[in-house]
Design a protein. Structure first.
Length: 269
C-alpha cells in the first residue's frame, strides 16, 4: 500500500471517529440517563411543593427520591466520593427544609432550590438550570463594590447578605459542575469577603477581590461545561493527525532519497 493510500485511509478513519468522539457520553447508557432524568423531574416537583407550602407532600417525595437514588450506581455516572458527599449533604438540607417548623418559607425554598440545581447538573440536558442564576450573584456583588467605594457600610452589609444567600443556593451545583480549581478560586474569594465583612476597610485588596469575582462570574457563566476540548476528541485528532504527518514526512523523505540516488547515478555516468 503506497503512502497516498495510507493518507486517504487515515483521513477516512478520522472522519468516521469524529462524530463518536464529539457525541460520546462517558459510557452512560440510555437506561441510566432515563433514571437520572426521573430523579431530576422528582426534584423539580419537590421544589414546586415547597414553593406552594405543601411541605408534607414534599417530604414524602423526598423519601421517594431517596429510594430512587439508592438504585444509582456511582460507577455508572462517574460519581466521585466528593460528588456523593455533596449530593447527600444537599439532600439532607432539603429534607430538613421540608420538616423544620422554625425555618422560614424563604429559607426552605432556598434549601430545596439548591438541591434542585444540583440534581439537574447530572441530567444530560443542553442548558443546566444553575446557568440561569448569574443575576442573583452579579447584582449584589456590583452593589457591594459600589457601596464599598461610597463607604456606605449599611448597604454593603445588605448586599453581602444577598450575595451569600444566592451563593449558598448555587454552590453545590458549582461543586459538581465546575473544574475544582475554578470553584476553589471563587470560593476562597467568598471566604475572604465574608471574613472581613465587619471591617471591610481592614482588607487592603477587598475592592479588587470584588472586581475579580465579577470577572470570574463572566467566565463561569460562559462556556464552562460545553468545552470543545473533549479529551477523547483531542486523542483522536492527535493520533490520526500524527499518523498523517508521519506518512507525509516519510513520503517526503523517500522522495528526497530517490532524487539523491538519481543525482548520484547521473554523476557516475
Amino acid at each position: 500500500m503506497n503512502v497516498r493510500k495510507i493518507i486517504i485511509l487515515l483521513s477516512v478513519i478520522l472522519l468516521c471517529l469524529l462524530p463518536y468522539a464529539v457525541h460520546a457520553d462517558s459510557g452512560i447508557d440510555q437506561e441510566d440517563r432515563e433514571l437520572w432524568r426521573e430523579l431530576n423531574k422528582t426534584s423539580d416537583t419537590i421544589l414546586q411543593y415547597v414553593k406552594e407550602q405543601r411541605y408534607e407532600e414534599a417530604k414524602q417525595l423526598l423519601n421517594h427520591f431517596s429510594k430512587q437514588f439508592l438504585t444509582v450506581r456511582s460507577s455508572d455516572f462517574n460519581l466521585s466520593m466528593n460528588d456523593l458527599r455533596v449530593i447527600v449533604s444537599t439532600y439532607e438540607s432539603a429534607e430538613q427544609a421540608s420538616t423544620s417548623m422554625s425555618m422560614s418559607h424563604e429559607d426552605r425554598v432556598r434549601a430545596v432550590s439548591s438541591f434542585r440545581l444540583l440534581v439537574d447538573v447530572y441530567d444530560s440536558s443542553e442548558h443546566h438550570l444553575w446557568k440561569n442564576t448569574k443575576e442573583s450573584l452579579e447584582s449584589p456583588l456590583t452593589g457591594m463594590a459600589e457601596a464599598f467605594e461610597n463607604e456606605d457600610w449599611t448597604t454593603y452589609q445588605k448586599q453581602l447578605n444577598r450575595f451569600l444567600k444566592g451563593y449558598e443556593v448555587v454552590r453545590p451545583a458549582w461543586q459538581a459542575a465546575l473544574e475544582p480549581h475554578v470553584y476553589q478560586r471563587f470560593d476562597s474569594q467568598v471566604v475572604y469577603a465574608e471574613r472581613h465583612r465587619h471591617e471591610p476597610l481592614a482588607a487592603s485588596n477587598l475592592l479588587s477581590t470584588l472586581s475579580v469575582m465579577l470577572s470570574d462570574l463572566d467566565m463561569i457563566y460562559g462556556d464552562v461545561d460545553e468545552s470543545t476540548s473533549d479529551p477523547s476528541l483531542i486523542w483522536v485528532i492527535l493520533t490520526i493527525g500524527g499518523a498523517i504527518v508521519f506518512a507525509l514526512t516519510y513520503a517526503g523523505w523517500k522522495k528526497y532519497e530517490g532524487q539523491r540516488e538519481e543525482r548520484k547515478v547521473k554523476r557516475r555516468e
